[in-house]
Design a protein around this ligand. Structure first.
Ligand code: ZN
Length: 137
């Protein structure tokens, strides 16, 4: 079995941002030479996430509003008693989860027709990263 590891770095301009990373994952897969297997795409932070969904601006805005509705920015989080101000970002991260696994078939990401991979940033404007771990043969 082959494994191949790569890191993607992000410094988003806004505090919350949704970044399409399908092409970077496909490029890591190409470099790995793996033909059959899977790739793990995992945010290495507790205030960010990775998800698979449609790359459509309206939907991305809907997702952002839905997350803000479920886990609103609010100064009253207990977490803020430690001096932090990102309680909502931790909760949003848990709602989208921190990682996805994408199947690899015949050397390509085996995604459905509208599936795209996104990095979801909830406390950005600083350097953060995602690990890509390609596994297979
Ligand atoms: Zn925090």
């Amino acid at each position: 079995m082959t494994t191949f590891t790569e890191y993607l770095w992000f410094t988003t301009r806004k505090r919350r941002e949704y970044v399409r990373i399908t092409d970077q994952v496909a490029e890591a897969l190409r470099k790995s030479g793996v033909r059959e297997g899977m790739v793990l795409v995992s945010a290495m932070h507790i205030t960010a996430g990775v998800y698979v969904n449609d790359n459509e601006n309206g939907l991305i805005q809907d997702i952002d509003e839905w997350l803000e509705h479920l886990a609103p920015a609010d100064p009253r989080y207990r977490h803020h008693q430690t001096g932090e101000d990102n309680g909502d970002a931790h909760l949003k991260s848990m709602l989208v989860h921190h990682e996805v696994i994408v199947p690899i078939t015949d050397g390509k990401l085996d995604l459905g027709p509208w599936q795209e991979i996104f990095y979801a940033e909830f406390d950005g404007q600083r350097r953060k990263r995602v690990i890509l771990k390609v596994m297979g043969e």
